[in-house]
Ligand binder design. Structure first.
Ligand code: PMV
Length: 318
């Protein structure tokens, strides 16, 4: 039986976005990938007490959602998050308002859905006087990612819940790793949103049609992710840039790049980026460019000229 909820206290919690440096898609098939948190772009969740008997109201203005937990559909990600947290804590529905907001672009490969879930789960638990273990946040986020993605590899929930660089392979304990020297990354939004579920399904169909070809691509990308981790650990940025470039070409062979993403990638490289690739599911979303500090303004300008609708700068490893 559920415990009656304790008095709700007003709290706010947040979770970062993420970028996959190497290994998207092949990670779904068990090959390694590396991802890093983007701590300066975050999702935030706030919980405030509400009058007795009002139940849990969920507000997500960025998603144009306003819903009541009791009336929300089973597969609504925010309602599912709240239900999983309450079930985990063994609490009945509290009288509260949960509001989520995010700096992260939606459906663009930066983990916006996972960040919102992680922030909301933490805030709801904290409002009820409990702090969730990071592992629990990661598991709840994984469950909710299934609604968004169907068959998520688990990389997004892991990097976002732990807020550390991760070397991730499905079914293996995620490993964090050291960043020898902070490095600068520009993240450029193509202006095209994409469905991770759609991209993952397309790759799966093509893999079924020509398994040997796709296994070869996945294997190469796995080797790139492995080498990229070593490059990050050694501060070998030139080598890391080359690996990002190679990873992009393989993603293009896999069929998940589009002209706009290729254009952004080539523009960044032509103006001095050490390497550039699409990040996340592809077919839209963002590209990342690894850039030495002096080249940042020129590469940013090149990305803007190539049609990026927004360019963010993040320093990884600070
Ligand atoms: O959610 P996104 O767009 O960052 O993509 C996740 C990366 C994929 O490898 C394509 C899917 C997954 O579950 O790992």
């Amino acid at each position: 039986m559920n415990r009656p909820p304790p008095d709700v206290v007003a709290v706010e919690r947040s979770a970062p976005g993420k970028i996959i440096l190497c290994g998207e898609h092949s990670v779904v098939y068990g090959y390694p990938a590396i991802a890093v948190p983007v701590s300066d772009l975050r999702a935030r969740a706030r919980v405030e007490p509400a009058p007795p008997g009002s139940g849990l109201q969920i507000e997500a203005p960025d998603l144009h959602q306003s819903l009541h937990l009791r009336l929300a559909a089973e597969d609504n990600p925010l309602a599912h998050t709240a239900r999983l947290v309450l079930a985990h804590l063994g609490h009945a529905e509290p009288d509260a308002v949960l509001t989520v907001e995010s700096d992260l672009p939606i459906a663009s490969g930066m983990g916006s859905g996972a960040a919102i879930t992680a922030a909301a789960a933490r805030a709801l638990a904290a409002a009820l006087g409990e702090e969730l273990l990071t592992e629990t946040v990661s598991q709840i986020t994984y469950e909710v990612e299934k609604i968004h993605h169907g068959t998520p590899s688990g990389i997004d929930n892991t990097v976002i819940a732990w807020e550390r660089p991760v070397y991730f392979a499905k079914g293996r304990c995620p490993e964090t790793f050291r960043i020898a020297a902070p490095f600068d990354v520009l993240i450029a939004h193509s202006g095209i949103t994409s469905s991770t579920r759609g991209a993952v399904d397309e790759v799966r169909h093509r893999w079924h049609a020509t398994p040997a070809y796709y296994e070869m691509i996945f294997t190469c990308i796995g080797a790139i992710a492995h080498a990229a981790r070593a490059a990050v650990e050694q501060g070998a940025l030139q080598a890391l840039g080359t690996l990002l470039n190679e990873n992009h070409e393989l993603l293009a062979k896999m069929g998940v790049s589009i002209c706009k993403l290729d254009g952004l990638v080539y523009a960044a490289r032509s103006r001095g980026a050490l390497g550039a690739k699409l990040t996340g599911a592809g077919q839209g979303g963002n590209v990342i460019a690894l850039v030495n500090e002096p080249a940042l303004p020129a590469v940013r300008q090149a990305l803007n000229e190539a049609g990026a609708i927004h360019v963010w700068h993040t320093r990884v490893g600070t």
